[in-house]
Write a protein that binds this ligand. Structure first.
Ligand SMILES: NC(=O)c1ccc[n+]([C@@H]2O[C@H](COP(=O)([O-])OP(=O)(O)OC[C@H]3O[C@@H](n4cnc5c(N)ncnc54)[C@H](OP(=O)(O)O)[C@@H]3O)[C@@H](O)[C@H]2O)c1
Length: 254
């Protein structure tokens, strides 16, 4: 897939899944804005790895819970490139909390990071994507990284599930709102990387893999490949692709 001269912004791209997406886009020739929240050193390393591939890359910090910082992020993109072709909303929190313990601050915190921020980023991205005339038949692209928790009611993941379910509906609605010059799709990863604190070698993570139809956990490369697939196919919009070893076939495993 040839993405040469395309400009891509990946949120939460300092490490883990976001970094793999950023590198996949760069390997295809795109210049990449590496957004990060707190992981400044990792973001600089990711940007350096991308630059070494011969494309432009630079890290930009923003706390996505703050709309003013989202504005500043997109201003930085505009100042550097003047427009945008691809946005991947990958940054998210992953909070598990008993239903009864959730206060309004915790609720808002998760919804701001996982749902309001992708909306505001999509809105600002759409303006930048339309800042220059687009080649015929080559819409810009927004990809939302959601979660199976947005499709199935996982106990304990109330705010997370609501935010990721909302992100799926945001994908469908914005696919209609932003057509025909911008496509919007979502990827719903399954067990791709263990959460921080759990080792990939742990019995717990291996057992999670054994529960899904393909009997294994995945890797971030599968998400990177799916991003490139979506970038290559200009006739797909409004879909949610599970990349999960078939976990979605089982309903809620949790
Ligand atoms: N890992 C999996 O197996 C899996 C499974 C299902 C879905 N997903 C989805 O795939 C995406 C990436 O997963 P991941 O495991 O790589 O994620 P992660 O490591 O948990 O988090 C990704 C990044 O999001 C950034 N972030 C979170 N809240 C932010 C905020 N308010 N402002 C700025 N940055 C913020 C953080 O950046 P900094 O470190 O720079 O602060 C963090 O490194 C997420 O949307 C996740 O829900 C992952």
């Amino acid at each position: 897939m040839e993405l040469t001269s395309r400009i891509a912004l990946v949120t939460g791209a300092a490490h883990r899944v976001g970094k793999t997406i950023a590198l996949a886009l760069a390997h295809s020739g795109a210049s990449v804005i590496v957004h990060y929240g707190r992981s400044a050193d990792a973001a600089r390393e990711t940007a350096a790895e991308i630059s070494a591939l011969g494309v432009d890359a630079f890290p930009v910090q923003a706390d996505l819970r703050d709309p003013a910082q989202i504005d500043a992020l997109f201003q930085a993109v505009e100042d550097r490139f003047g427009h945008l072709d691809i946005l991947v909303n990958s940054a998210a929190s992953f909070v598990k909390q008993p239903f009864d313990d959730i206060d309004l601050d915790s609720w808002k915190d998760v919804l701001q990071s996982n749902l309001s921020a992708p909306f505001l980023c999509s809105q600002r991205a759409a303006r930048l994507m339309r800042a220059v005339p687009r080649p015929a038949g080559q819409p810009a692209l927004i990809i939302n990284i959601t979660d199976l928790s947005g499709l199935f009611p996982w106990p304990g993941y109330v705010q997370h599930g609501v935010s990721k379910g909302g992100l799926i509906q945001l994908t469908r609605i914005s696919a209609r709102e932003l057509a025909p010059d911008i496509r919007v799709n979502a990827i719903a990863p399954g067990a791709i990387l263990p959460p921080p604190g759990m080792s990939a070698d742990s019995d717990q993570w291996q057992a999670i893999g054994q529960q899904v139809p393909l009997r294994r956990t995945g890797s971030p490369d599968f998400i990177g490949q799916t991003v490139i697939f979506l970038a290559a196919n200009d006739f797909i919009t409004g879909v949610v692709i599970p990349v999960d070893g078939g976990e979605h076939l089982l309903g809620s495993l949790k």
